[in-house]
Design a binder for this molecule. Sequence first.
Ligand SMILES: [Zn+2]
Length: 228
Amino acid sequence: MHGTFNWSPLVDVVDLSPNVRDSESFRPLLLMIHFTESWDDTHALQVLKNPRPDNPKASVSCHYLVHRDGRIRILVPENRRAWHTGKSAWGTYGESDPEDGINRLNVDCMGIEVENRGDRMKDGAFQPLANLEPLTGHTLERVVALVKDICHRHHIPPENVIPHDAAAIPPGRKQDPGRGVAALWARLVEEGVALPRCPFVPFRITPEEAKEKRLLGTWNWEKERLER
Ligand SMILES: [Zn+2]
């Protein structure tokens, strides 16, 4: 599909976010999975659609939001950049920020948010495994179907399907989807659209090391895991 708006045929709800620039055209080379880390659905949607003219850098958006009931919502068309990665590194992808030299993957990376409390506490703090909702059944399969559809249409290779916490700089800056992605990842590997990894082991490296590593290609999850 071509034109100003385009999205997956799996979409149930079209609900475009203002947090996008029409001047920024986009073609995805990577796909990032997020958990919303939110306690209620309305809040996650508000955040993804809330314009912040006072502080444009704080505005966020994502291409897709998968609800707890499996419905798929398109927020940013596939030919526009969404703002979901923050400072992140993956291989040599992204664009170096003139202020700190750290990559912004939004330039190359499509995003899927999946509703889940994740590691978020009710008071907003994070605690590992605190409130993770198991991703199973219909909702899990909807996420798998969406990932497959996007990867096939845009020819995104398995090594470029990544969890947010694995790419965030500095390591530990983001907790999502963390351990919650294990069941999903097993299915994505089974379907041939992701590589076997260990997305629930956080990196213990410095931001400097991370900056160096982005020049070395994609992370080797199993190696990282075995080395500690
Ligand atoms: Zn995220």
